[in-house]
Design a protein around this ligand. Structure first.
Ligand code: RTP
Ligand code: MG
Length: 148
């Protein structure tokens, strides 16, 4: 079982896509194990995207993800990391297939609606930036519980 860090970026929240995106995650069969809405601090954003610190778009990326409320989630399930990368679609929405979140809701890289961790190492690192262990909840969904 894997866990991955998902963010609905400020443009996704601004456009009223929280429910749509969470619904896609749930319908795919993955489980939301933690969730919070709030404005990400510049400190957290810089740490989150530190691999891009030397890139020319770094300052505008930090400005973008801290520009308003975003939704942070821990999503878990079998192959959750790779599945959520596929659910989100290509970084540049021009290349994102229809049926993916970016392919259905975005038109430019600088406003691409969602983030998902790209590897087990990134997932572990990103989850620890945005959540305390006590905020990540373990529970069974109804189809995992034997009632009778
Ligand atoms: P993310 O980390 O947000 O899930 O996106 P990603 O893995 O698909 O893409 P990554 O290469 O990690 O880029 C991180 C975010 O930086 C912005 N970006 N802008 N102007 C540009 O050329 C450019 N390149 C990347 C995007 O918001 C991208 O999602
Ligand atoms: Mg990335």
């Amino acid at each position: 079982m894997e866990q991955t860090y998902i963010m609905i970026k400020p443009d996704g929240v601004q456009r009223g896509l929280i429910g749509e995106i969470v619904s896609r995650i749930e319908k795919r069969g993955l489980k939301v194990a933690a969730m919070r809405l709030g404005v990400m601090s510049a400190e957290s954003a810089k740490e989150h995207y530190r691999e891009h610190a030397e890139r020319p778009f770094f300052a505008s990326l930090i400005e973008y993800v801290t520009s308003g409320p975003s939704v942070s989630m821990v999503v878990e399930g079998k192959n959750a990391i790779a599945i959520m990368r596929a659910v989100n679609g290509a970084t540049n929405p021009v290349n994102a297939a229809p049926g993916t979140i970016r392919g259905d809701f975005a038109i430019e890289t600088g406003r691409n609606v969602v983030h998902a961790s790209d590897s087990p190492e990134s997932a572990k690192r990103e989850i620890s930036i945005h959540f305390k262990g006590s905020e990540i909840v373990s529970y069974s969904k109804i189809d995992e519980v034997c009632l009778y």
